[in-house]
Ligand binder design. Structure first.
Ligand code: C2E
Ligand code: MG
Ligand code: MG
Ligand code: MG
Length: 274
């Protein structure tokens, strides 16, 4: 509740009640220096084509390894980065690193590979976000369609602004996907208005898909919906072969999850897949 009323109030609370939020202020000050101290890295999780078994795309997932705290999960530090505004700088760093990797593969003459980057709502709502993306694409001379931006429904609060930004990104030529689809509160009408390429089925619907008929019904419905609208679909959080069977039967094109591979450091990607 204190959190909802904004950062200033939250901080006040924290000072008063040190015990309720141990380490958060400390963690924030460490996060502030994480980039310069080279504590951040990116892991890549393969996305598997369920028809051909090929891997032509990866999702970039941020990792923070701090001397004091050890590995801190994104669930812990992304909200902190968002509240403090650090997400702008961190998000920019992720985009830069991903472009460098795409450039590297391109120069090595690898087959076309796409990398998907998670974009926080705050980043997406910057007026010059599309400009920033374009600058990076030009700086590294990468093919725009090798870069994918993952946006959640929660970033799409204002219809006009969202449409304008997605249109700008689409015109640049980057791929646009909706992350954690089905968990937001937005209406389905945005699917027909916005230029969306890919729907990522949230892992909560994939979990137990082999035994939970309701989840199976929802996932199957999302796959059909995506296809009817001419969009690609990716299932997240696939952990078992039975889930793969169901997804294949439902014509799901792509999947990612521990069943295929955990997110892994880029050096291992180069060794295993490139
Ligand atoms: P997400 O974008 O939905 O990413 C998928 C999450 O599911 C990742 O967690 C991934 O490691 C995990 N995952 C993949 N396969 C499986 C599986 O089979 N089972 C289970 N249980 N989990 C699986 P991770 O890496 O901890 O990231 C959590 C969230 O943090 C991400 O969710 C994303 O929203 C956010 N995040 C990660 N990196 C970034 C980033 O660079 N920028 C921003 N803004 N957010 C990020
Ligand atoms: Mg994601
Ligand atoms: Mg996400
Ligand atoms: Mg997701």
């Amino acid at each position: 509740v204190a959190k909802d009323r904004g950062r200033a109030h939250y901080r006040y609370y924290q000072q008063q009640m040190n015990l309720s939020f141990p380490n958060e202020a400390l963690m924030e000050s460490h996060l502030r220096r994480a980039i310069e101290k080279e504590e951040l890295s990116i892991h890549f999780q393969p996305q598997v084509d369920l028809v051909t078994d090929e891997i032509n795309s990866f999702e970039a997932l941020l990792r923070w390894n701090n001397r004091k705290f050890g590995y801190v999960t994104p669930m812990q530090f992304i909200p902190l980065a968002e509240e403090s505004g650090m997400i702008m700088q961190i998000g920019d760093w992720v985009l830069e690193e991903v472009c460098i990797q795409l450039k590297y593969w391109q120069e090595k003459g690898h087959r076309p590979v796409r990398i998907a980057v998670n974009i926080s709502p705050k980043q997406f709502k910057q007026e010059n976000f599309a400009m920033k993306i374009l600058e990076k694409i030009n700086k590294y001379q990468i093919s725009p369609c090798s870069l994918e931006v993952e946006i959640t429904e929660s970033a799409m609060t204002d219809m006009q602004d969202t449409f304008a930004m997605l249109k700008e990104l689409k015109d640049i030529g980057v791929i646009i996907s909706i992350d954690d689809f089905g968990t937001g509160y937005s209406s389905l009408s945005y699917l027909k208005k916005y230029p969306i390429d890919i729907i990522k089925i949230d892992q909560s619907f994939i979990k137990d898909i082999e035994s939970d008929e309701k989840n199976a019904a929802i996932a199957t419905m999302i796959i059909r919906l995506a296809h009817s609208l001419g969009m690609e679909v990716i299932a997240e959080g696939v952990e078992k072969d039975k889930q793969v069977d169901i997804l294949k039967a439902a014509n799901c094109q792509k999947a990612q999850g521990y069943f295929f591979s955990r997110p892994i450091p880029i050096a291992d990607i180069n060794e295993a897949y490139m």
